[in-house]
Ligand binder design. Structure first.
Ligand code: DX5
Ligand code: ZN
Length: 220
């Protein structure tokens, strides 16, 4: 089998202990996490509320890891500047949340950071096919956004396969988010996933380092 580039792991702090975020970040960073995934929810686009740019600003000096900001918000146009200024390295917006996708992706890149687009499980790839030259990352949601700890939606695998097919020589990364357990990783790498988001499978285990190692064991 042709060897593939090792995928990246982005633990999602949504399932971390918010009272000891500093320690959580250090633990997953020293365990080998590649990015930190920050779920930004506004109680409108999704039925949950988390945090805003202040969280990014607070975490920025604590870690060297890229801050992967997943904006599950309505009117994402209002939030690009605040998140860019706060220190985001990647800003991902939802295709369902805006009619100005192309303009906003260009704006994100204009801040010198990576632009991502995400689609919900019910949204077809056709919703973003015109934008594939404007993104650094496509985030496929493999659960309905809003909460950690949900079950992986199996049809997400064929979505990844089709996206990897249409990607051709374009350099964007394929990220998957929701319900990722270690036993899914190999199949998803084969399908074309480059970046795994993992919330509960990292932070529901007492030993975060062991959890990270289990998710990254394809490297060994
Ligand atoms: C869900 C978030 C995810 C979430 C994943 O809306 O986008 O990033 O934290 O959590 P798990 O890995 O527990 O499904
Ligand atoms: Zn997310």
């Amino acid at each position: 089998m042709q060897s593939k580039k090792a995928p990246l792991l982005a633990p999602s702090l949504l399932s971390a202990d918010f009272a000891r975020l500093n320690d959580e970040v250090r633990e997953v960073e020293s365990a080998g996490a590649d990015w930190l995934h920050l779920d930004i929810m506004d109680g409108h686009f999704v039925p949950n509320i988390t945090a805003g740019p202040l969280l990014v600003q607070a975490l920025r000096p604590l870690t060297k890891l890229p801050l992967d900001c997943h904006l599950m918000v309505s009117e994402p146009e209002k939030w690009i500047v605040p998140f860019a200024k706060a220190g985001a390295d990647i800003i991902t917006i939802h295709a369902e949340a805006t009619k100005q996708l192309s303009r906003l992706l260009t704006e994100i890149r204009g801040h010198g950071i990576k632009a991502g687009v995400s689609i919900n499980p019910a949204t077809p790839l056709t919703a973003i096919e015109k934008n594939l030259d404007e993104v650094d990352l496509v985030l496929i949601m493999s659960v309905h956004p809003g909460f950690g700890g949900q079950k992986f939606i199996e049809s997400s695998i064929s979505k990844v396969t089709r996206l990897a097919d249409v990607r051709k020589d374009r350099p964007f990364l394929i990220e998957i988010d929701g319900g990722i357990q270690p036993d899914k990783v190999e199949e998803l790498v084969e399908a074309g996933v480059d970046v795994f988001v993992a919330g509960s499978s990292v932070f529901s285990q007492k030993n975060r380092a062991k959890a990270v190692a289990e998710l990254k064991k394809w490297k060994h």
